[in-house]
Design a protein around this ligand. Structure first.
Ligand code: UD1
Ligand code: CA
Length: 467
């Protein structure tokens, strides 16, 4: 079997994105553009993948830190795709196999298409094989010029094309298979004398033809796969295509998506059978969701692990673990580092931050639980606040199993409440409370009899006692 390596071009400025983030790091359904391309290449099992990045692109490097297959090369100035490929010459001097060259901004490209491109390249013994397709609106792409016999003559970039060339609907996908040690000497001959002042990789086609090298092409029937992303409008268009595919796959696997037009699920999310996702729900990152859950409407879940039979209504969850049978919302906010136990209940207008809520515990209304560990089967009344911050440091709250805390209690952390204890409503608890006790910390009620209100003005009222 002949050897295979790949070069991914990612050093372009991406100016049309108008962004401080490198274009190829913009996420598409939760995965950076370049990772889409890299994953489809990786499945072909190439020996090495060279990624060409710009000099300020360390963030791209850090995305692939652990991958031993990748070699990064830096293109110090964006002088064009031809110049970018040249950065790999030093690595491929003695290499005799085939090489795929890909742009990093074509996320829909499939492994199957790449495999077909390599196979055709080998079967026809080409020096260069282009992946092309026909589109209704070829504006912005490189146009494929062929002879009357159908042989490829050259690629003309949009900016350089005359009226006739601009009307050619067969376009260059920016994806090629080549024999690198024939290509490199030709790249050296490229000239930047064009409208963009760049070394166009595409100019190699004409130079190779003049040298008598064999150039072939695989023409894709479906152009969708090679749609490039150059601006945010194109990103949104392609994201919609990918999003629909993700939702279709989930539905076919037994997940109910009530309104696919208004449901947004990232590519790395997994959802179990018989779970229902209601409209307005966004599920992001590496979230895992079990079976038979009911999510939404209007819910945001990011990087969470959710068990079976969980119900989450109109809530925001980030980086949480939610065990089976728990009920969240409506209007709960679960901040990173919180875990919710089996059959626990987090109710309306409750915020939980860096806390562990035990199985069967209920925090049903209007509470703030921060930096706390709550045991099992606790009842937290409405409006209970863990006062975890003294202005300088954060402090912990510990509450034992089966504690009952009345409404509107302030727990001034650091504080411990022993198990099976009862705390009276309205208390402000500043000292640890031992197990199986009753704590009440509120001022006594005063009752003054025969009290009526006396009207003094329209805005002030004052009480008066009858003698
Ligand atoms: C390129 C092709 C065009 C093709 C289109 C398909 C060229 C000259 N043109 O045009 O024929 O139809 O892709 O989408 O190649 N890059 C670098 N260094 C640079 C410049 C670009 O690494 O100095 C990388 C970019 O990061 C990108 C790729 O090369 O991944 C293509 O660059 P881009 O500017 O997007 O080229 P297009 O104008 O889309
Ligand atoms: Ca492009």
């Amino acid at each position: 079997m002949k050897k295979l390596v790949a070069i991914i071009l990612a050093a372009g400025e991406g100016t049309r994105m108008k962004s401080s983030l490198p274009k190829v790091l913009h996420p598409l359904c939760g995965k950076p553009l370049i990772s889409w391309v890299y994953d489809s290449v990786k499945n072909l099992n190439p020996e090495r993948v060279y990624i060409i990045i710009g000099k300020n692109h360390n963030s791209i490097r850090s995305l692939f830190l652990k991958d031993k297959k990748i070699v990064f090369a830096t293109q110090s100035k964006s002088l064009g795709s031809g110049d970018a490929v040249r950065e790999c010459e030093k690595y491929l001097k003695d290499y005799s196999g085939d090489c795929l060259i890909l742009c990093a901004d074509v996320p829909l490209l499939s492994t199957d298409t790449l495999q077909r491109l390599v196979s055709l390249h080998r079967k026809e013994r080409n020096t260069l094989t282009l992946l092309t397709t026909r589109v209704n609106n070829p504006y912005g792409y490189g146009h494929i010029c062929r002879s009357l016999d159908g042989d490829i003559l050259k690629i003309v970039e949009e900016k350089e094309a005359n009226r006739w060339e601009k009307s050619i609907k067969e376009i260059n996908s920016g994806i090629y298979c080549c024999i690198p040690n024939v290509l490199f000497p030709v790249i050296k001959k490229l000239s930047p004398e064009n409208k963009k002042g760049e070394y166009y990789l595409t100019d190699c086609v004409e130079l190779l033809r003049i040298r008598g090298e064999k150039i072939g092409s695989l023409i894709l029937d479906c152009p969708e796969e090679v749609l490039g992303i150059n601006n945010r409008k194109e990103l949104a268009t392609i994201e919609k295509i990918v999003r629909n595919r993700i939702l279709d796959n989930l539905m076919l696997a037994g997940v109910s998506i009530v309104d696919p037009e208004h449901t947004y699920i990232d590519v790395d999310v997994s959802i179990g059978q018989d779970t229902t996702v209601l409209p307005g729900t966004i599920i992001k990152g590496k979230t895992k969701i079990g079976e038979n859950c009911r999510l939404g409407p209007q819910t945001y879940i990011e990087d969470c692990s959710i068990g079976n039979n969980v119900e989450i209504r109109a809530s925001f969850l980030y980086g949480n673990k939610v065990a089976s049978g728990a009920k969240i919302g409506p209007f709960s906010h679960l901040r990173p580092g919180s875990s919710i136990g089996e059959k626990a209940r987090i109710g309306n207008f409750t915020e939980v931050k860096k806390s562990k809520i035990g199985a069967g515990t209920k925090v049903s209304h209007l509470s703030y639980i921060g930096d706390s560990i709550l045991g099992k089967e606790i009842n937290i009344g409405a409006g209970v606040i863990t006062c975890n911050y003294d202005g300088i440091a954060k402090h912990h709250t510990n509450i034992g199993d089966k504690v009952f805390i009345g409404s509107n209690v302030n727990l001034i952390a650091p504080i411990k409440v022993g198990k099976e204890t009862v705390i009276g409503a309205g208390s402000t608890i500043t000292k640890n409370v031992p197990a199986k006790s009753l704590a009440i910390a509120r001022s006594r009620e005063i009752i003054k009899r025969n009290y009526t209100l006396k009207k003094r003005s329209t805005t002030h009222r004052e009480g008066k006692f009858k003698k």
